[in-house]
Write a protein that binds this ligand. Sequence first.
Ligand code: FES
Length: 245
Amino acid sequence: MGLRDRLKSAAKRAVGKDANPRPASSGPPPAVRPSAAAKAAAKPAAAPPAREAREDEPAIARTGDHKADLKLENRVKAAQKREARRQRREEKEAAEEAERLQLRQQEAARRAEAAKAKQAALRDEAAAVLQAAAAAAAEAGRAAVVEHTVHVYHPDEKIDASFPCEEGEVLLDAAARAGVELPQSCLNGGCFACAGRVESGEAVMSDDQYVMEQDKIDEGFYLLCCSTVKSDVRILTHQEDQCSI
Ligand code: FES
């Protein structure tokens, strides 16, 4: 190695010593001056500017201590959330209660309507039963009534008519009910104005006060104002002259 090479090698070694750190054994490291960024990082963070409270937020008495104010704000927010949950729960319970009440009202209305319909059905049924009973009674009454046919006639008086007469009904009453006009006067058996002669069938003098003699009755003469029939009869009317004494 020439002189020049030895000089270059010495220079490189000198340069390498300056670039490498000092070994630990060589003593305490020299104090490093902190940079401006490190100084800024080491400084405590400045408190952020206070946020303006919204209108719907409750007023918080801030102390100026950021951590304390933040803790207080979180507690207030938690309380607000609990209050909102409580209100929602109460609203839900109120809505459920209102729905249950509405269902009960609907059920009560449905039952009232059903009871009303049932009552109307019972009323109609009772009316039908009463109507049927009345019809049956009327039918039974009609069946119990025995009617006979009375034929009255007189060629000269131009009378020739037939009418129904219930058994026990007075002949003149049955004739009047049918619109058949027959001679009459006292209507109590005291004269002979209504006298007629029964030519067929059976008649009965039902009033004891009549003035007709028995022999006349035996001949078939009857006072129609106090006589009834027990069968269909045929009567010749206008027999007053035949019965007078
Ligand atoms: S109307 Fe006089 S007896 Fe019949």
